[in-house]
Design a protein. Structure first.
Length: 441
C-alpha cells in the first residue's frame, strides 16, 4: 500500500481524498516505510523540508503541481503562498499553516534502526538545521506576547481538525458578512457527508484560513489576525517529544543538545501550569486570548503522555481517564481509543475526529504509555489497532463499537504505523497479539 502511495519523491495520504503531500502524514509514512526502504523514507522528509518557509515554518500541505486545482480544496489558488508571503518558497506552492512537529521524533527513530547508518547520519546532518529552524518558528513566532505555549492558528494545524476540543472557540467566532469567500467542497466527491465535517464547520475553517492568508501570513500580528489561538495538549505535547528528539539528534550530529533540552523543559513546565487541571485530573486545550480551557474530554487530553518528563501523578490520572467508561466501549469486542468521550454531547462514532478510532492517535498514545512503563494499556491499544486493520482494512478511521471503517480507504498512516507497531513488539507481545488475531470473527 505504501509503495502504491509513492509518487516519485513523496507519498500521498490517499490518492482520492488527499492527493498532495501532508506534513505529519509524511512523518508517519516515512517512519513506517523506513523499516523496509530507508532511502525513500529519507526522501519523503527531504521533499517536505525542501518546501520549508524561510521563517522555519513547515507547511501542512506541499502541493503537487501535476494535480488539478479542483482535485482538493483548499488548493494552491486559495493559499497563494508564493505571492502572499515573503517567507514562502517561490518554486513550490504550499499551504500557509503548519501541523504538529512529529518529524524530529520520526527522523531519530528512523536513524535508530537504519540498515545504512552512514547514509542515515549524513541525512540527519542535512535535516538537523532545518529541524532547528522548524522548532525556532514554533517557539518564537508561535508564542505571541504572554504565551508560554506554542499556539495553533487554525484547527487544521492540530491535525484533529474537527475535534470537539475546538468547538467553543469556533462557536464564538463572529464571521463578518463576506468573511467566507465562495468555495466548493471537494472532499464530498470522495467521502460520505456523514463521515466528514459539516458545511458550517467548513465555513469556519475557510474563514480562519482566508483571514490569516489576507494578513500575508503575518505572525507578528497573530493576536489581531487570528481569532482562533489555541494551545493544545497534543500540539504542545508533541512539541516536547520533538524537542527531546532534537536534543538527541544534536548529539548525533555533533551539535549542542543543551538548548533543545531547555526548550523541552520550558514547554513541559508550561503544559503543567497552563493545561493541567488538578481537581478534574485532566489536560485541556486553552484558548489563549481569553484564557478559556475547553471542557470537552477528547483524545488530545492524553497526548502529554508523549512528554518523557511527565510526573507519575499526572501519568496515573491520564491512565485513569483512558481506562474509564468514557474511552472504553462497553462491550468486549469494542475498540480503543475513541477520539471523543463516548458519553460526550455530540459523540458520533463515524464523524471525522468526533468519536471514531484513528491509527495515528492510537500509535501516539501507545508510544507515550510505553515510555511511562504502562505496558498493559499500551498492549490493549496495539491489539485494538491491529484487530481493526486486520478485520476491515487500512481505513482512515473506525467505529469504536463494531470496527466499521470510514473516511478514505487505503490510507497511508494506517498502513505505515501498523508496520512500525508490529516491528516494535517483543516476542511475548507478538505471541499474545497473534492469539488475539487468530480468533477474529
Ligand atoms: C486538512 C491528510 C490530512 C491529515 C489531517 C486530517 C485531514 C485535511 C482535510 O487529512 O485533514 O488538513 O482535508 O480534512 O484531519 O490530520 O493530516 O491525511
Amino acid at each position: 500500500m505504501l509503495d502504491a502511495a509513492w509518487i516519485g519523491a513523496s507519498s500521498l495520504p490517499s490518492r482520492t481524498l488527499y492527493p498532495h503531500q501532508w506534513s505529519w502524514d509524511s512523518a508517519f509514512m516515512a517512519l513506517g516505510r523506513s523499516w523496509y526502504d530507508q532511502s525513500r523514507a529519507q526522501q519523503e522528509l527531504e521533499t517536505l523540508f525542501r518546501a520549508q518557509w524561510s521563517n522555519g515554518m513547515v507547511p501542512h500541505i506541499v502541493f503537487n503541481p501535476s494535480v488539478a486545482e479542483d482535485a482538493y480544496f483548499p488548493g494552491p489558488a486559495f493559499w497563494q503562498s508564493s505571492t502572499r508571503s515573503p517567507n514562502a518558497p517561490r518554486d513550490v506552492e504550499t499551504s500557509g499553516i503548519t501541523q504538529p512537529t512529529i518529524h524530529a521524533h520520526a527522523a531519530l527513530e528512523m536513524h535508530r534502526h537504519a540498515l545504512d547508518p552512514v547514509a542515515s547520519g549524513a541525512f540527519l546532518g542535512w535535516l538537523y538545521p532545518r529541524l532547528v529552524a522548524q522548532h525556532r518558528y514554533m517557539l518564537d513566532a508561535r508564542r505571541p506576547a504572554g504565551t508560554r505555549l506554542a499556539v495553533m492558528v487554525h484547527p487544521w494545524e492540530s491535525g484533529l481538525d474537527n475535534s470537539p476540543a475546538w468547538d467553543r472557540a469556533l462557536d464564538d467566532l463572529v464571521i463578518p458578512a463576506g468573511g467566507v469567500p465562495p468555495y466548493v467542497r471537494r472532499d464530498l466527491a470522495h467521502g460520505d457527508p456523514k463521515d466528514r465535517p459539516t458545511n458550517e464547520a467548513y465555513d469556519r475553517f475557510v474563514y480562519l484560513a482566508a483571514r490569516y492568508r489576507d494578513s500575508g501570513y503575518d505572525d507578528a500580528r497573530l493576536v489581531d489576525v487570528a481569532p482562533f489561538l489555541i494551545a493544545g495538549p497534543m500540539f504542545d505535547g508533541i512539541l516536547v517529544l520533538s524537542l527531546t528528539a532534537l536534543a538527541e539528534i544534536a548529539s548525533i550530529v555533533g551539535a549542542d543538545p543543551t538548548p533543545h533540552r531547555e526548550d523541552a523543559h520550558e514547554i513541559h513546565a508550561a503544559i503543567i501550569d497552563e493545561l493541567w487541571d488538578g481537581p478534574t485530573g485532566r489536560m485541556s486545550a486553552l484558548e489563549v486570548t481569553r484564557g478559556e480551557r475547553s471542557v470537552e474530554d477528547t483524545i488530545v487530553s492524553f497526548a502529554p503522555l508523549l512528554d518523557p518528563h511527565l510526573s507519575t501523578d499526572v501519568v496515573d490520572a491520564i491512565v485513569r481517564d483512558l481506562r474509564s467508561a468514557s474511552f472504553h466501549p462497553d462491550r468486549p469486542d469494542g475498540y480503543v481509543v475513541p477520539s471523543f468521550d463516548l458519553k460526550g454531547v455530540g459523540f458520533d462514532e463515524r464523524r471525522y475526529w468526533r468519536g471514531p478510532v484513528w491509527i495515528n492517535t492510537n500509535w501516539l498514545l501507545w508510544w507515550g504509555l510505553r515510555q511511562h512503563g504502562q505496558m498493559e494499556l499500551a498492549e490493549e491499544i496495539a491489539a485494538s489497532s491491529l484487530r481493526l486493520v486486520a478485520r476491515t482494512g487500512f481505513h482512515e478511521y473506525f467505529d469504536p463499537f463494531d470496527g466499521r471503517g470510514f473516511g478514505t480507504d487505503s490510507f497511508g498512516w494506517s498502513a505505515a504505523l501498523t508496520i512500525d507497531l508490529i516491528e516494535r513488539l517483543d516476542p511475548g507481545e507478538r505471541r499474545r497479539m497473534n492469539e488475539r488475531l487468530a480468533v477474529l470473527p
